[in-house]
Design a protein around this ligand. Structure first.
Ligand code: ATP
Ligand code: MG
Length: 290
């Protein structure tokens, strides 16, 4: 359980996140939506401790995340992997090394700096790449891959951390609809098969509706909606985005029409009780397209 209590973040006079309270049970797939500037990224960054809270606390399984320091903070950042819109890979390193960098906080720093990885780590990285259906790219420089492939490498790197939680900040915002679907399918499969909690910021309502069992709507730093996709009616969306903002919510590459065409109805999940970190989950069962 991730427990966010009375969390506020200020930047000078600006209140980016305003007194947010949330409880997210293990294994949930959560979409965070809202207009630009609503505070979505700031919220994720505080969970991962890329930035600190101004007030309030973040707890995970009884651990007070918001006050961790040193190695225990690095341990948390391992347990809580982050995926970004711009992938954040090292462009001139091969794919498999990029993935193995996910072990960085779990191992000896000198060994990491020298990029000496054990056979076991190489095998784990290959398995993670296979899981994402891109093992054939292992020896290519990361910068030679398509955006969709790069994001899958970033997800494989996150899996190498053997995380309990994956935070994804607009993971598909730079992708075309086909690659967006592959990436969202991958996150969904990881959530369902390995029971890893996934919290993802999304720009479009439809993606959140299609993939997330719970949707959190933010506006001006506050949580103004917290419910199921079914409860997110057009009226609620109008409240969330404002009458003029509805267009923004539907205007990204993954429009309602394009999504209807490519996204099957949200599957009823329920494998959340599977142990986290089960990288040995059947590689071929993710149902990812080639
Ligand atoms: N480092 C910072 N310094 C100053 N202001 C910031 C900083 N980071 C965020 N903000 C402000 O906090 C508010 C929330 O920003 P945030 O990036 O969390 O929004 P968002 O919902 O992720 O938006 P987007 O959809 O555009 O990514 C915005 O007004 C933003 O300008
Ligand atoms: Mg953002």
């Amino acid at each position: 359980m991730l427990k966010i209590s009375k969390v506020t973040r200020r930047f000078g006079a600006k209140v980016a996140v305003d007194n947010v309270n949330l409880e997210i049970p293990a294994g949930q797939m959560v979409g965070v939506i809202g207009r630009s500037g609503a505070g979505k990224s700031t919220l994720l960054r505080m969970i991962n401790r890329l930035i600190d809270v101004s007030e309030g606390s973040v707890e995970f399984g009884g651990l007070e995340v918001s006050s961790l320091r040193g190695q225990s903070l690095r341990d948390w950042q391992c347990d809580c992997a982050m995926i970004f819109q711009q992938f954040n890979l090292v462009p001139r390193l091969d794919v498999i090394t990029n993935v193995m960098l996910g072990r960085l906080n779990r191992r000896n720093t000198i060994m990491s700096l020298l990029q000496i990885f054990s056979e076991e780590e190489q095998l784990l990285a290959l398995k993670a790449l296979e899981r994402l259906d891109i093992a054939q790219t292992a020896s290519q420089w990361a910068q030679t891959l398509s955006g969709g492939q790069q994001q899958r490498v970033a997800i494989a790197r996150a899996l190498m951390q053997e995380p309990k939680v994956i935070l994804a900040d607009e993971p598909i915002a730079s992708l075309d609809p086909r690659n967006a679907k592959i990436v969202m399918d991958s996150l969904q499969a990881i959530n369902e098969e390995q029971g890893i909690t996934v919290i993802t910021n999304l720009h479009t309502l439809d993606t959140a509706r299609a993939y997330c069992e719970r949707i959190i709507g933010m506006s001006a730093g506050r949580v103004v909606f917290d419910g199921t996709p079914e409860q997110l009616t057009t009226e609620v969306a109008r409240e969330l985005y404002g009458a003029d903002g509805l267009e923004e919510a539907f205007s990204e590459e993954m429009t309602s029409t394009s999504l209807e065409a490519i996204v099957p109805k949200r599957k009823k999940k329920k494998h959340a009780e599977l142990p986290a970190g089960a990288l040995e989950a059947p590689l071929a069962s993710a149902g990812l397209p080639n």
